[in-house]
Write a protein that binds this ligand. Structure first.
Ligand SMILES: [Zn+2]
Length: 307
């Protein structure tokens, strides 16, 4: 079974104008394209009904996807333009309800919200969320004591916690997203399953591998690596090989971070990049066994979430 462990429903208002401004500015720098042209293509990314996500998954032969809101409502620059976080959860839950055999939700709440623990419990019991995502880029460290009640509640509910790792476009904060801060959490909650989303990205993947290598309860997801796979494939395959050799294939999971990167690398190409590695990898003697590919592409997620 192929599973996308990490996707979002996003639209003009979700997560909000400040995010799309930062995204457009950064995409222009990276692609050398005009900001205005990128802005005009944003509607090809926006998808609050999940219909295009389902079509993309069908193209890629992916059976199930975890969809999740992002709680950036407490980021000062986002306050004006972010949809209320519970409403974002309702949108995700409603779309998942329409595709019960394909989509499952994770909750996402900023632990600094006074009622964050209660919201998490409601998202699981009322909306059917099967995991929690937290986003330190909003301006908190994952090892701050204020986050611990969320981990305790996740333990009680029997759900994994995904923590965003890796640099983020402005106006989000990056230093909070270094994987090493999660090492404290792995130490204090040895029975909590923790997913380092994006495996630290190209900036901090070795740090993510280091944290996971000594904590059997820490998993990595490789969502967000599409730009490297597309633009610097040899670096991508060498990194993936190294992650597997350091952490083991059983704790690495494929994901897309849909929809932000779908124009750069469609879901089907991204799945194919793992299932049939590009020639450049073989030429350098980098290969992946069938078992490793099956584990990464969905077996691990299915095991972790009892799918
Ligand atoms: Zn994400």
């Amino acid at each position: 079974m192929k599973v996308d462990i990490h996707a979002h429903l996003m639209g003009e208002e979700v997560p909000g104008k400040a995010f799309w401004d930062g995204f457009t500015r950064l995409a222009a720098v990276h692609t050398g394209r005009d900001e205005e042209r990128i802005r005009q293509r944003l509607p090809d990314i926006w998808d609050l009904t999940g219909e295009r996500l389902i079509a993309d998954l069908d193209d890629a032969g992916v059976e199930k996807v975890m969809i999740m809101p992002v709680d950036w409502g407490l980021v000062p620059a986002f306050k004006e333009s972010t949809m209320e976080i519970w409403d974002q959860h309702l949108i995700h839950a409603e779309v998942a309800r329409q595709h019960p055999d394909r989509m499952i939700t994770f909750a996402c709440f900023d632990p600094r919200r006074p009622n964050a623990v209660e919201l998490l419990e409601r998202a699981v019991t009322e909306l059917g969320a099967v995991g929690l995502k937290i986003h330190p880029a909003a301006g908190f460290f994952p090892n701050e004591r204020i986050v611990y009640p969320m981990y305790e509640k996740a333990m009680e509910l029997g759900i994994p916690v995904m923590v965003h790792t890796g640099p983020e476009p402005k106006p989000l904060y990056s230093r909070h997203c270094q994987p090493v801060y999660v090492d404290d959490v792995a130490a204090d909650f040895p029975d909590l399953n923790i997913i380092l989303a994006h495996a630290g990205l190209s900036a901090w993947w070795q740090e993510a591998a280091g944290v996971a290598s000594v904590a059997p309860n820490v998993f990595l997801d490789i969502s967000g690596w599409q730009p490297v796979a597309r633009l610097r494939p040899l670096e991508f395959y060498a990194t993936l090989r190294s992650l597997i050799d350091t952490v083991g294939a059983k704790r690495i999971m494929w994901g897309s971070d849909y929809p932000a990167l779908r124009l750069l690398m469609p879901e089907a190409d991204w799945a194919k990049a793992i299932v049939e590695p590009a020639e450049v990898a073989q030429e350098k003697g980098i290969s992946f066994s069938e078992e490793e590919v099956a584990a990464i592409m969905g077996d691990n997620a299915a095991r972790l979430l009892s799918l």
